[in-house]
Design a protein around this ligand. Structure first.
Ligand code: K7E
Ligand code: CUA
Length: 678
C-alpha cells in the first residue's frame, strides 16, 4: 500500500483526464462530499441488524490481520466485538508470548530472534474448498515466514521461515484440501544456487541475477504439520498477491506480478513502463508431480521451522539445511503468463472457479479472465511468445471481459455466491458491486476512507455466505473522536443480503488490517479448548502438586518449580538467591476450570509477565541486579483473594552464605537447605 499511495498520486492527473466523463459521485468518495450524505442516512434499523444482546453470541468469528503489529485480531460479527488478540510474529507482553522461555523459540529465524513482523493475509484451512475451522494460516512479510494458529486454542503453534524469499507477500494460500500452502516472494533477490540463499550481486545485475520463488508447503492431514516440500524459482519480477482456483481450476494457483520490467530502482516509475504486467498461472498439482518424479534440484539452505508441542507447551526450533527447487523452463505445462493491466494488485477467483478477476490498481477497467478459455489456449498453443521459457498468452484469447468504469484504484474483490462480485476502489473510496456474468456495475457504496481488502465470510471459497461484507479502510481521519496524530484503522460492516448494499456499522481495528477471514461460529466454537488437562502436561519442569514444589541451585542458576492456584503460589517465600543469579520460575497453574489463568510477574524482570493457562506450565527468566526482597504477584484478578496472591524472593549480595530456603504457610516444615553457592 505504501508504494501504491504514492504511485496513485503520481498518475492521478492522467486518471483525472481518463475519467472526466465518469459519474461525478465516483470521484467524490474520498474526501467526503456527496459520499458523506449517504453515510449519514444509515437506515434506522441498522443498529438492530448488528445488535447482539448481552450474553448472546455472534454468528461469525472474523480474523483480521494486524499488519504491522504482527498479530491477528478476532472479532465477532455482526457486533464488531473484539474477542481476542492472537500474537503470532510479535512478542506480546500481555501474556508473555515471545518473552517466556517456552515461546521464545517460535520467533527464531536464520537472522536470529525476530520479535516482529508485518502480517497481511489470514487464510483458514480448507476441506473440499470450504473453510474447515481447524487452522488459520498467516504470512510474515518482512522476514519471510508462514505461521499456523490452532483454532482449538487460538494459539500460534507453528512458524516456518521461508528461504530464498524476500517480502513474503503473496502468501499463504491453501489449496482446496490443504494439500499445500503456497507462499510467494514480493521482492526478487539474487539467489546463489550453489552456496544457497541470497548471493552478493550488484544492483546493476538485477535483470540477470535476481529471481523470485514460490514455496510449496505440504501439510500433514492428521496434525496439520507443515513441511517445505519444494520451491519453484520464477523470473525476477515482484509477486504481489495470489489465490487458488476452485472447481475446474482447483489444480491451479494464480499470482499477480509487477515490475516485469525488472527495474532495480525507483520502482514507482521503473515498474510502470510496460503497459502490461502478468498474471502468473501455476498448475500446483503438476508442479508437485514434477517434484515427486525427480525434476527437482537441491540447493543448500538455512531456515527455521518452529513448532509448539501440544502437551508440554514448549516450542522447539528445527534448522533445515536443504531445499528442493523446480525451474519452470524444465517443467512444461506447469506455468503460464497472462498479460494483465499494469502493476495489478489482488487476484480473486470466483466461487465457480471459472473467472479470475485482476484488480489493476492503475487500470481504468477490471479485467476478468476465463479459466476455460485459458485451457483452450493451452490446447491450441495460442501463445504470444515466452518469458524465460514460460509461455505468454494473448490477452484477448484468455479474457472473458472487462468491467467498464468500475471506479478508481481497484485493489481487491470478493464474491457473494449469488453471482456478484464486490471490489474495493482505493482512490474513489467505495465498494462496487458488479455481476460476474454480464460485468455490469449494480451498486456503489462509499466507504470511509480508501479501502484495501474487503471480506465476505467464505467469500474466497466454493460457497460464500453472502450476508455481510467487511471492508477495511486505510484512512480514518474524521470518523472517530480524534486521538492525536495516530488513529486506529476503521472497518465497516455492510449488509449485502439485498440488491443494494446497506451500511451497518463502523468499528475500530488494531494496527492495519489487510485481509481477513470469517467463518460461521459453530464451525469453531464447539472445538474450543477450555483448559489444559494437568494429567497431559508433559512439561519437564511441571509440578502437579504443591508438595512437589522446589527451589534448587545449579551453579549460578536457581530453578524455582512453583504452583499457582486460587489464591496462592507455592512456594511464596524464597531465600538464598544472589545478585546476578539466573533465576527461572517454572510456574504450573493447577486449576482445572475454564477461564482461570494466573499471571506471574516479578519486580525488575527485563521481560514481561507470563500468563499461565489452567493446566499449563510457563517459565520466566529473571536476573536480579540488586540485593533486596522482591515481591512477585499474580497479575490476573482470579478470585476475591487475588490481591493476596503474592510472595517474596530474598536476594542477597553475591557470595553471601544465605542458604536456599522456601516455604508457603506456617505449617509446612522448611525443607533442609540445599547445597549453598560456589
Ligand atoms: Cu492489498 Cu498486503 Cu493484501 Cu494490504 S495487501 S490492502
Ligand atoms: Cu491468581 Cu490473581
Amino acid at each position: 500500500m505504501e508504494v501504491l499511495n504514492h504511485k496513485l498520486k503520481m498518475i492521478a492527473p492522467k486518471l483525472g483526464v481518463m475519467f472526466t466523463l465518469m459519474a461525478g459521485a465516483v470521484l467524490q468518495g474520498c474526501g467526503g462530499g456527496e459520499g458523506n450524505k449517504r453515510s449519514e442516512t444509515v437506515d434506522s434499523d441498522a443498529a438492530a441488524a448488528v445488535y447482539v444482546p448481552p450474553g448472546q453470541h455472534d454468528e461469525y468469528y472474523s480474523f483480521l490481520s494486524g499488519g504491522f503489529n504482527g498479530q491477528v485480531s478476532v472479532y465477532g460479527l455482526p457486533s464488531g466485538r473484539l474477542l481476542k488478540v492472537i500474537p503470532v510474529f510479535t512478542q506480546f507482553a500481555e501474556n508473555g508470548y515471545g518473552y517466556n522461555e517456552e515461546t521464545k523459540p517460535m520467533l527464531m529465524t536464520s537472522h536470529g530472534f525476530v520479535p516482529w513482523d508485518d502480517l497481511h493475509h489470514p487464510k483458514l484451512s480448507r476441506t473440499d474448498g470450504m473453510a474447515d475451522g481447524k487452522y488459520l494460516y498467516v504470512n510474515g512479510n518482512n522476514t519471510p515466514r508462514v505461521a499456523k494458529v490452532d483454532l482449538t486454542t487460538f494459539e500460534t503453534v507453528e512458524i516456518m521461515e521461508i528461504p530464498n524469499s524476500a517480502g513474503n507477500h503473496c502468501s499463504p494460500y491453501p489449496t482446496n484440501n490443504n494439500e499445500y500452502i503456497l507462499a510467494g516472494t514480493r521482492f526478487s533477490v539474487p539467489l546463489d544456487l550453489d552456496k544457497g540463499g541470497m548471493g552478493d550481486a550488484s544492483l546493476s545485475e538485477y535483470k540477470d541475477k535476481f529471481r523470485g520463488s514460490i514455496s510449496f508447503i505440504k501439510t500433514n492431514e492428521d496434525d496439520g504439520h507443515m513441511e517445505l516440500d519444494f520451491q519453484v524459482l520464477v523470473p525476477g519480477f515482484d509477486y504481489d498477491l495470489a489465490n487458488g482456483g476452485k472447481g475446474p481450476s482447483g489444480d491451479w494457483v494464480f499470482f499477480t506480478t509487477y515490475n516485469t520490467e525488472k527495474s532495480a530502482t525507483l520502482k514507482e516509475l521503473g515498474a510502470s513502463q510496460n503497459d502490461r504486467d502478468y498474471l502468473a498461472a501455476i498448475n500446483w498439482k503438476l508442479a508437485a508431480k514434477y517434484a515427486a518424479e525427480g525434476k527437482a534440484h537441491e540447493m543448500p539452505a538455512n531456515y527455521y521451522h518452529n513448532t509448539m508441542d501440544h502437551n508440554s507447551h514448549i516450542a522447539k526450533s528445527n534448522v533445515i539445511k536443504k531445499v528442493r527447487y523446480l525451474l519452470p523452463e524444465e517443467c512444461p505445462g506447469m506455468m503460464y503468463l497472462i498479460p494483465a493491466p499494469k502493476s495489478p494488485h489482488g487476484i480473486d477467483v470466483d466461487p465457480t472457479g471459472e473467472y479470475m478477476v485482476v484488480n489493476g490498481k492503475l487500470a481504468a477497467t477490471l479485467p476478468v479472465f476465463s479459466f476455460s478459455k485459458m485451457q483452450q489456449a493451452i490446447e491450441n498453443k495460442d501463445f504470444d511468445g515466452e518469458v524465460n521459457g514460460i509461455p505468454v498468452f494473448k490477452y484477448e484469447s484468455v479474457l472473458y471481459g472487462e468491467v467498464q468504469e468500475p471506479g478508481l484504484g481497484p485493489l481487491h474483490t470478493e464474491f457473494d455466491g449469488k453471482g456478484n462480485a464486490y471490489s474495493t476502489m482505493f482512490v474513489s473510496s467505495e465498494v462496487v458491486k458488479w455481476n460476474v456474468k454480464d460485468l455490469q456495475v449494480l451498486d456503489r457504496m462509499p466507504v470511509y476512507y480508501s479501502p484495501g481488502h474487503l471480506m465476505i465470510p467464505g467469500g474466497d471459497t466454493r460457497e460464500p455466505d453472502g450476508k455481510y461484507l467487511v471492508v477495511m479502510n486505510k484512512i480514518t481521519k474524521d470518523r472517530y473522536l480524534p486521538t492525536g496524530p495516530e488513529l486506529l484503522h476503521s472497518a465497516q460492516l455492510i449488509d449485502i443480503s439485498g440488491d443494494k448494499m446497506r451500511m451497518l456499522l463502523d468499528f475500530p481495528t488494531l494496527a492495519e488490517p489487510h485481509y481477513a477471514q470469517a467463518i460461521q461460529a459453530d464451525k469453531v466454537a464447539p472445538n474450543s479448548v477450555k483448559f489444559f488437562k494437568l494429567d497431559e502436561n508433559t512439561h519437564p519442569e511441571a509440578v502437579k502438586k504443591e508438595s512437589d514444589a522446589s527451589v534448587t541451585r545449579q551453579g549460578r542458576t536457581v530453578k524455582i518449580n512453583m504452583t499457582s492456584i486460587r489464591s496462592h503460589f507455592t512456594p511464596d517465600n524464597i531465600e538464598g538467591v544472589q545478585v546476578g543469579d539466573t533465576v527461572i520460575f517454572h510456574v504450573t497453574n493447577l486449576e482445572q476450570d475454564w477461564d482461570v489463568p494466573h499471571g506471574f510477574a516479578i519486580m525488575g524482570a527485563n521481560n514481561a509477565e507470563t500468563l499461565i493457562m489452567p493446566g499449563a506450565t510457563q517459565s520466566l527468566r529473571w536476573v536480579p541486579k540488586q540485593a533486596g526482597v522482591f515481591p512477585f504477584y499474580c497479575t490476573d484478578f482470579c478470585s476475591a483473594l487475588h490481591q493476596e496472591m503474592q510472595g517474596y524472593v530474598r536476594v542477597s549480595p553475591r557470595g553471601s552464605n544465605v542458604p536456599i530456603k522456601f516455604s508457603t504457610g506456617e505449617k509446612k516444615p522448611v525443607p533442609p537447605a540445599q547445597a549453598s553457592v560456589n
